[in-house]
Design a protein around this ligand. Structure first.
Ligand code: URA
Length: 231
């Protein structure tokens, strides 16, 4: 459900205050009836008309991108290409990134204009597991893996953090699952146990996996199952 004035200003060139005036003047009809209340709640199947022209409810957008190295997770940047620069679609300015990656990290980035949905992705409360492939310069010990699982107090922080799952793929490569997204979290966790990360790749967020058909720099829209976040 969305307020009538919000729906019109989102879906047309009219500002919220211009929209308010149109509504008060009786120029807006919902399902054939004049509605003069800006706060009137619109359901997904309602038909809204302005002077006989239907206003389609702007559809929310949900995108997965395979982020390459040297591209920043920001909406604008003076020096580097941004993830939004890789999307050749209209109205890119309305999009935001649901969980950033460092400039040298590759893999799955989710981009949307749905603030509630991105909150579900990024808020630790919702515990959406993020799975990373981590490459190290040296072979990792069982003790270090144990510390990652048990929890580590990062420099300057009060609450310890842990990896909810750690799988050793080979001596220098791990699959690591996190339920949070603190600043440089994986690099700092590995530094804390004495290792250096040389490559980091995000392959999954919740039930959304990076599509193996995407090459680095490519993107696609999410399907309904992915948007629903329940597999
Ligand atoms: N942890 C990091 O250190 N960097 C990332 O980009 C993501 C998680």
């Amino acid at each position: 459900m969305m307020r009538l004035d919000k729906l019109i200003s989102h879906s047309t060139v009219f500002t919220r205050s211009q929209t308010g005036k149109l509504i008060r003047k009786g120029l807006i009809k919902v399902n054939g009836k004049v509605i003069k209340k800006s706060a009137y709640k619109i359901l997904p199947d309602d038909h809204v008309h302005y002077l006989g022209i239907e206003i389609n409810q702007a559809k929310k957008r949900y995108i997965m991108l395979y982020k390459p190295k040297d591209v920043v997770c920001a909406t604008s940047d003076r020096e580097h290409k941004t993830v939004l620069d890789l999307l050749f679609i209209s109205n890119r300015k309305k999009l935001h990134i649901a969980g950033r990656l460092d400039i040298d990290t590759t893999g799955l980035v989710l981009i949307t204009d749905d603030g509630q949905w991105s909150h579900r992705i990024t808020s630790p409360k919702h515990k959406q597991a993020k799975i990373y492939r981590v490459s190290l310069t040296e072979a990792i010990t069982t003790e270090a893996i144990q510390s990652l699982r048990q929890g580590i107090l990062l420099k300057g922080e009060k609450k310890p953090t842990l990896a909810t799952e750690v799988t050793k793929l080979n001596n220098t490569t791990l699959l690591l699952t996190l339920n949070e997204g603190r600043y440089h979290q994986i690099k700092r966790m590995l530094t804390a146990v004495g290792y250096h990360v040389i490559a980091l790749h995000r392959q999954q967020i919740g039930t959304i996996r990076l599509d193996p058909n995407l090459s680095t720099g490519e993107w696609r829209e999410l399907n309904q199952r992915e948007i629903n976040l329940n597999g």
